[in-house]
Design a protein around this ligand. Structure first.
Ligand code: SAM
Length: 215
């Protein structure tokens, strides 16, 4: 994602009613934030948030939290959010490394990783959102039936994830290297990046996985 600093973005996020401030204080009590005990699903690296807002509109019985570490990117999502009538979505401006300080054990039902930055250089592998370090964070917050859903156009990142996920003690439940021509496309909601890459004719890879420790 091309990043441009937007003056005033931090201030807009700090005063937005859609962004949970000081989210570490909500650990273990996200039900109270939403005012119900519906399952909570999060998207890590939501970008401008098309996917998670569409999900929230189609599934009022589920609570959603969009996570984005850059304020200038999140701001674009918040501008979109302001035009929608939704009660089941909030946003966090945080680094996903901190997720286990923000959610209690089992508090999250599903984690979406959509078109995560590939970080192609080996020395940056730890920054990939499907690296063992991130998977161990997800394992701490996922519910017993919880899963990760991961989509990417990047074959190298997909290949890396097909190794890092099982070697971290997770089970891959389903996978395709051409989502839009696969039965896994049922119910698929396109992200901004997915629309861009599929318009260029690039096949989209998808997998779902869960930690084996939960079985
Ligand atoms: N998911 C969106 C989509 O599919 O259109 C955006 C994809 S964009 C390539 C990846 C986004 O993930 C960027 O906005 C980036 O800032 C965010 N991101 C990457 N690493 C992150 C992290 N550790 N914590 C939170 N957000 C992160």
């Amino acid at each position: 994602m091309r990043l441009r600093h937007i003056p005033g973005a931090e201030e807009a996020i700090a005063s937005s009613p859609y962004v949970v401030q000081e989210p570490k204080k909500k650990k273990g009590c996200w039900d109270q934030v939403f005012g119900n005990s519906h399952p909570i699903e999060i998207e890590v690296g939501m970008g401008k948030g098309r996917f998670i807002m569409e999900q929230a509109l189609s599934h009022p019985e589920t609570n959603y939290i969009g996570i984005e570490r850059y304020s200038s990117v999140l701001l674009k999502g918040l501008q979109k959010r302001a035009h929608l009538d939704l009660e089941n979505i909030y946003f966090l401006c945080i680094d996903a490394r901190d997720l286990a300080d923000i959610f209690g054990p089992g508090e999250v039902s599903r984690i979406y990783l959509n078109f995560s930055d590939p970080w192609p250089k080996d020395r940056h592998a730890k920054r990939r959102l499907t690296s063992p370090a991130f998977l161990s964070v997800y394992e701490k917050i996922l519910s017993p039936q919880g899963q990760v859903e991961f989509k990417t156009d990047n074959q190298d990142l997909f290949d890396y994830s097909l190794e890092s996920i099982p070697s971290s003690g997770w089970e891959i439940l389903s996978l395709t290297r051409d989502l839009h021509k696969s039965p896994m496309v049922l119910g698929n909601v396109m992200t901004e990046y997915e629309m861009k890459f599929s318009a260029l004719g690039k096949p989209i890879c998808k997998l779902t996985a869960r930690p084996l420790s939960r079985i």
